[in-house]
Structures are given as structure tokens and as C-alpha cells.
Design a protein around this ligand. Sequence first.
Ligand code: NI
Length: 156
Amino acid sequence: MALRKIVEVGDPILRKKSRPVEKFDGRLHTLLDDMKETMYENNGVGLAAVQVGVLRRVVVMDCSEDRTGYTELINPEIIEMQGEQCESEGCLSLPGETGITRRPAEVKVKALDRDGKWCVYKGTGLKARCFCHEIDHLDGVLFTDRLVRDPIEDIK
Ligand code: NI
């Protein structure tokens, strides 16, 4: 495994749409392993491949407090969402920046695993926000595009 450099805001690649993964080979596994190491090294809860400069629909996540909830999502899609939450969000590509976004309270996601098998995941709270945030990255969307304009007014 190797650490990869995280692309920061201002780099136009963050605005590009990532392409689906078609080959579940050693190259994909190396990318996933490197993303995992890079996410943990930077204390992130999620990382999309575009954030290490690779325009493929690949995400790694771990929203657990004890760092035992590692998940890999390939070609992920949100298949259900419910409710609403407005909470603070940040991003490894926007160091030092946080803001309150509006996200669904609960989401169900389907994604391929590293061997190309479909799996279904559910998340509420932070995990639901993370699924949405990371999948947004695959379409060139940043959390700053989803800020609640007036947090106090909008939370009501
Ligand atoms: Ni991010």
C-alpha cells in the first residue's frame, strides 16, 4: 500500500464526472488499498478516487468511531432515501472548511465490491451524509454546493 496525494479545491479535476469501473483487477485493488491507507492516515471518514486524481467511480469509507467500519463502494448508486438532516460537513479536499448541508436522514446504496459483486448498504446520520458526500464527488459535486444558506433559518 502507498499513500496518495489528496487533490485540493481549485484543481479542476474535482469538478469532473468519474467513469464507472469495468475491470476488477489488481490495479483496482491497489487503488482501493492506497485509498484506504490515505483515508486513515488523514483521519477521514470517506475518500473518493477523484480526490487522489483518479476519475473512476470508487469510494472508501469508515464512519465508525473505532475505525472498524471499513467499506468499499464501486459504481455506487443511491437507491432509496428518506427524511432530512442538516449537519456540519467537511472534506479532505477542502482543508479547514466546514459548513452545514442538507442531506437525507437515511439512505440505501447499492455498490459493487472489489470482486464485482453487488452489495446493498444502509446508513443513517453521519453514514448517510458520507454516502451522499462521496457519491457527489463522483459527479464533480462538492459539499459547498449543498450548503444551507442560513443555517438558523433553514434548520427550523
Ligand atoms: Ni469530500
